[in-house]
Design a binder for this molecule. Sequence first.
Ligand code: AMP
Ligand code: MG
Length: 419
Amino acid sequence: MLEVEQAFERIIAHFSPLDTVELPVLECLGLALAEDVTSPLNLPPLANSAMDGYAVLHDDIASADDAAPKLSVISAVVAGQVSDQTVTRGKAIRIMTGAPVPDGADTVVPFEETDELDRRRAGTPLDEIVIRKALPLGSNVRPAGEDVRAGELVLSAGTVIRPAEAGVLASLGLATARVIRRPVVAVLSTGDELTTVGEELAPGHIYDSNSSSVAAAVRAAGGEAKIIGIARDNLDDLHRCIDAASDADLLVTSAGVSKGDYDMVKDVLEQRGDMNFWSVRMRPAKPLAFGLIQREESEPLPLLGLPGNPVSALLAFEMFGRAAVRRMLGRDLLARPTVEGVLTGPIFNSDGRRVYARVEVERRDGTWFATPTGPQGSNILTSLSKANGLAICPADLPRKNAGQAVKIIMLDWNEEVNA
Ligand code: AMP
Ligand code: MG
């Protein structure tokens, strides 16, 4: 039997970041920059006002607390304009937020610190303004290049594009970015008992749920899922389906990899490449296959063979497939985050494997609590649907009891209950 970590290392060694593409910024969401981005411009490009007010010379207002100087207002400037006038001693220009600060001015006095409102109420013209408060030099002026200087490194290679980065790129005038491309992951179910969703369920059949759950997990991990469909348990069909996956970066199959199984899948895979069939010391998802399928005029195609049971398939993808996708995306962190919590119900371990129990994780009074979500059979997919975490019982412990500390892999963070 292989430890989970050994299987992980053997699989992940075959993956590295993929080649790069230039994409519109919105399509880069979740992808890693392939190169450093330096700024072609100053941000902001010109010094501009942080407030609505009056652009003045600091020397004119330094004594405003006592003297209340009166300045003549020579013009106004709004955002999007550049004033062609210069502020000199005794003069001011009315300025709106975001407007470039006119030449000569070094300070902006907000409306509230002037007599503008009184003038408006009294109907007094605004060609003069009284400054009522002395402000420090440079107040309310955002200097050119305050955020970013031309030539500065703004985003380094490897940075993952989130909404803020999309905005930063746009603010530099960049509509596209060069990123590591999404891996294409072909998803193939195998089994004579499977019916494609949307078709009538044949007698003795079950719906193929692994194609949907694994493809969704591929997409959630940042990959592009290509659903191949169902390969029947015969040689020709399996060969045909593997051929259909030949342009993918990874082929993920489910079922037909366990010992004592109808081992057609094994035969075909072994014929087509260099395959390993493992028993991994974990529950669920003990049987696992990994190897390289030969293809013409191209590097071999990595194949991850998941067990067939729906919980095992998805959990094995979570542990191994998701990490492979992330590595191909150029991510450094391959595993889900974990927290230390307290169990509220027992986890049983019948045969010395590491148990990943489906739990609902909640944070109460600063402590994480993990509650098993029900029957833990590897066919009970609804108990995975109710879970937002996997609580771990180590291989050498026969059980973990309520009240005991437990390590939990967070599948997602339930924002409602973690408030
Ligand atoms: P196998 O590895 O072929 O023995 O499959 C193990 C179990 O998983 C069997 O009960 C299968 O019917 C079930 N199973 C296999 N593939 C799928 C699938 N794509 N969707 C739902 N259940 C499946
Ligand atoms: Mg089968």
